[in-house]
Design a protein around this ligand. Sequence first.
Ligand code: GCW
Length: 682
Amino acid sequence: QQLNDYKLWLKYEQITDSKLSASYKDISSKIVVGESTPSLLNAKEELALALPQMLGTDIEFLSAIDKGNALIVDVYQNLPVDLKSAVSKEMMDVKGDGFVLKSVKLTNKKVTVITAKTDLGVLYGTFRFLHLMQSQHLLDDLKVVDNPKLDIRMLNHWDNLDRSVERGYAGFSLWNWQKLPEYVDQRYIDYARANASVGINATALTNVNANALILTPMYLEKVKALADIFRSYGIKVYLTARFSAPMEIGGLETADPLNAQVQQWWKDKVKEIYAIVPDFGGFLVKANSEGQPGPQNYGRNHVDGANMMAEAVKPFGGNVIWRAFVYSEHDDTDRAKQAYDEFLPYDGNFMDNVLVQVKNGPIDFQPREPFHPMFGAMKKTPLIMEFQITQEYLGFSTHLVYLPKLFEEVLDADTFQKGEGSTVAKVIDGSLYGNKLTGMAGVSNIGTDINWTGHPFAQANWYGFGRLAWDPYLSANTIAEEWLRATYSNEEEFVDPIKEMMLDSREAIVNYMNPLGLHHIFDTGHHYGPGPWVDNLGRPDWNPVYYHKADSLGVGFDRTPSGSNATEQYASEIAVQYNDPKTIPQEYLLWFHHLPWDYKLENGEILWDAIALKYQEGVDQVTQMIKTWDRMKPYLSENEYKEVSMLLEIQLKEAKWWRDACLLYFQTFSNRPLPTGVERPT
Ligand code: GCW
């Protein structure tokens, strides 16, 4: 069972439906895999692993199609002429590493073709083909064309060199720096397989709170070993660059980006890296944020810093991904406004190999935030989305929370910046403003735990992130179904209710942690449990009281023109709607408004009662999740059932903890009784 957990969504379990299995055997027991490039060899190995397991039969690899039916797996240019013409129409729609899966009838036989322009595309197509089989789709009449909609589909590991993981809840870092470069852990390969199976094509190995040592020769040799493994799976390695590295490891006296020696140091360093890792992706940089060094230390700005590095990687085709997660203790502007204020003036000034990486919301990965106002507003700079897959503010790897629901909400949000329909997805896929470079990054939730992600359902968040990075228009619903079928079972009686459970889980945690737009009321440092009372931290903008502003009159952060006026950073359509508590979507109410405890909501409830009822609703939703899971026992092994069941019990206990702690605290201001229906704290 443990080993099964390890296999993620690549379990390749036996197909028990005999009709289906017979048809799959018919299609795929004779296989021709083309020219042996490393990526095509990976495809071949995956087929050799998966098909015998799923079909309970041996498969045969041939060097060319002979009499019977066959599966042919090759790049388009190497296909035999008749197959080429059979897929040429579909191939016209293929872009980049996209692929075609097609059933083709030739005289007396049927050929199923997996093809693409690139060998990596063929590998992606192979994974998709195997997924369709594992999730029991009919494959007799295949016709699939699928293209990645974003260029850079990347994981960000916040992994330190001592193998601790910042905000990691699934064990230690996968990267065993001590045994690298010689020791190649099978996990590195399985990590690459899992990523390639959903199209993830980049990984930043190290924490954005960076250690300059990663750029020294000793570590670069180790990085090379990882890059060498990942290459044939299409995964490019990026590193985090500490801005002060020229001083720390280069012996210079400054890291001023306008200093010629500093510029030369970065150029030399980059040359050294590319000599070792020729397809190095580039740098990911957190600068002048939360105490990290940056260009502002020298009176320079983000453009100076980013362009200096971009200049160095440019000749090698590398990128600089510059994070916009900035807010300063010396600035008493509403924290939610600072990144926009700091970056908007530079729109158009970054080099064309710089992407600015923006978190989905303006504060920090809360259970719910409005979309970040930089999306849509920053028109000339490619913005790369940063989601957090690891659940820093969402119950670590203890609570079951299906994040694609959150991701989807952000991607579908309309910025109105170029009229109605200017969704965040269109901003990041470049279609709104025609940006050349596009991407999505996810802060990894992966670690050394046997099941990789701590909570078995957290695997769905890794999977779902990858799918959305490939296609930001996919629905959370579709993704949940795909993941469940590949991970647990194809039984409708299991898939349907558990899918519902997953889809509801995100709203549940919003309800029991941060309902109605409340945010950042977590206890200090760890961000796990409630701490709305905390008001003694060194930085005021780290104190929960800064965010909820509860007093005897009411609660919430006034971000309308009478308050911080953060709404002015959004398109006027949104500003107008959000400025009025009557028209703002209720889920953002207290994010933008400070309202009296007896403020009447549309449904007639007063605010205090509505808050209390939401907390209760969250608890009730977890109770419901437990009931649903209990009914699923027949479809699960003992261990599968138990591990999630135990975790859900903790989740319920802690949902109540959140409810009781927050309500008791806020009640000291509201001075009102709990409404009927809300359980009294015991
Ligand atoms: O969410 C906050 C985290 C920090 C993190 C920072 C960031 C890597 O609490 O741990 O640092 O964001 O995104 O830079």
